[in-house]
Design a protein. Structure first.
Length: 348
C-alpha cells in the first residue's frame, strides 16, 4: 500500500485505469461533459451555496472517478456477485418465488420497486452503522463539497449496498431486466441528489428523495449523522426512525472528519489498509479449522452489529439552529461542528 502512495506510482496507475476504462467503454469520455451540460446550468442558476465554484477543490479527484467508472464497475460487478452469493440474500428470495409468481404483471413492477427501495435502505444503513462496512462506504462521504460530480466517488468494494437487493429480487422471480433498470435508475438519481441546488421542495420531503433530503445525509453535523438512507422513498426513514429534515436549518458542512486521502489511488487503497487477503487465503489452506472458526466469529460479530443498528433508538426531530437564507456561503471544513460530528460517527 505504501508503494501506491508515491506520487509517480499513483499518477501512472490512475492513467492506466483511465486508459482501461476508455478501452472498455469509449463513451465514458462523453459522460462527464454530458452531465456537466445538463446539471451545471441549474447549479449556477439556483445555487445552494453562494460562492461555490465549478472548479472547486478535489474536482479533479471526482472527475477522475467518473472517468475510471467502467473499470470500477467491472470490479463492482465481481465483488457484488460474490457478496450477493455469500450474503445468502437469494435464499429468502427463492422462498418468496411462489408468492411472486401469483402477482399480476403490472403490479409486480410496483412490488419490485418497493422491495428494492426497502432493501437498499437497510443495506445502506448497515454500510454506515457497521464498522466493517463503513470503512469502504466512507469513501463516498469524503467530499467536503457536494455537487453534480461528487456522486461518482465510490469504492468498488462498497458492493453490499446494491448486490443483496439485486440477488434477492432475481431469486424471487422478478424480471432481471426490471431489476437491472432499478439499479441503473438508482445510480442516476444518486448523481442528481448531490447537485448544488437550493430547491427545498418541502411538500415532497416525505414523498420522494430530493437534494435537500440527501444533502442532510452527507452533512458533517452531529444531529444529522446516520440519517436519510432511502434511495427513492423517505417513508422508510420515517418508519424506521432515521428521518432528519429540520425546517429552519440547512447543512453547511459536508464530509467526514476522520483523516482520508484526497487522491483517487489513495481513496481506493485506504480501506484496504490492515487487510491482507493473501494472508487470509494462505491461512485457509494451512489452518482450515482455525480459519473456519475465525470466519464464524467474524460473521457473528458482523450480524451482531447489524442487529444493533436495527435496534437503535428512533431519531429525535430537533429544530437545528436559527433560520438561514436560501443560499449561504459554507464555512471552511474543520470547524468545531466537525469535531462533534467525528465523535458522533465514531460512536455509531
Amino acid at each position: 500500500m505504501r508503494l501506491l502512495r508515491r506520487p509517480l506510482v499513483s499518477r501512472l496507475l490512475l492513467l492506466a485505469l483511465i486508459a482501461a476504462s476508455i478501452a472498455i467503454e469509449r463513451g465514458v469520455v462523453l459522460v462527464v461533459p454530458l452531465v456537466f451540460v445538463l446539471i451545471v446550468p441549474l447549479e449556477k442558476l439556483f445555487p445552494r451555496h453562494l460562492g461555490q465554484r465549478v472548479r472547486r477543490p478535489e474536482l479533479g479527484t471526482d472527475v477522475a472517478y467518473a472517468l475510471i467508472g467502467p473499470v470500477l464497475n467491472v470490479a463492482s460487478i465481481v465483488v457484488g456477485a460474490t457478496l450477493g452469493a455469500l450474503t445468502l440474500a437469494w435464499v429468502p428470495g427463492l422462498a418468496m418465488r411462489p408468492l411472486v409468481s401469483m402477482i399480476p404483471d403490472g403490479l409486480r413492477i410496483v412490488v419490485a420497486f418497493l422491495l428494492f427501495d426497502l432493501l437498499i435502505y437497510w443495506t445502506h444503513r448497515f454500510a454506515h452503522e457497521v464498522p466493517a462496512l463503513w470503512r469502504f462506504h466512507a469513501v463516498h462521504h469524503t467530499p467536503k463539497t457536494l455537487d453534480w460530480v461528487s456522486g461518482f466517488r465510490n469504492h468498488p468494494l462498497d458492493g453490499l449496498i446494491i448486490a443483496p437487493p439485486v440477488f434477492f429480487l432475481i431469486a424471487a422471480g422478478f424480471d432481471p431486466v426490471i431489476t437491472g433498470a432499478l439499479a441503473v435508475i438508482q445510480g442516476i438519481v444518486g448523481l442528481l441528489l448531490h447537485a448544488n441546488v437550493r430547491w427545498r421542495l418541502r411538500p415532497l420531503h416525505r414523498v420522494v428523495a430530493t437534494p435537500e433530503f440527501h444533502h442532510w445525509h452527507h452533512a458533517d453535523e452531529a444531529d444529522a449523522i446516520n440519517s436519510n438512507y432511502a434511495a427513492f422513498l423517505p417513508i422508510w426513514d420515517v418508519i424506521f426512525g432515521s428521518y432528519y429534515m429540520p425546517r429552519r436549518h440547512r447543512p453547511m458542512s459536508y464530509g467526514i472528519s476522520q483523516p482520508m486521502p484526497t487522491d483517487v489511488v489513495g481513496l481506493l487503497s485506504e480501506p484496504m489498509t490492515g487487510l491482507r487477503p493473501g494472508r487470509w487465503a494462505l491461512d485457509v489452506v494451512r489452518y482450515p479449522i482455525r480459519s473456519t472458526w475465525r470466519l464464524r466469529r467474524w460473521t457473528a460479530g458482523l450480524l451482531s452489529e447489524m442487529a444493533r443498528s436495527a435496534r437503535r433508538p428512533r431519531r429525535r426531530q430537533i429544530p437545528a439552529g436559527d433560520p438561514l437564507p436560501w443560499t449561504a456561503a459554507r464555512p471552511e471544513p474543520g470547524a468545531a461542528e466537525a469535531t462533534v460530528a467525528s465523535a458522533a460517527r465514531a460512536s455509531s
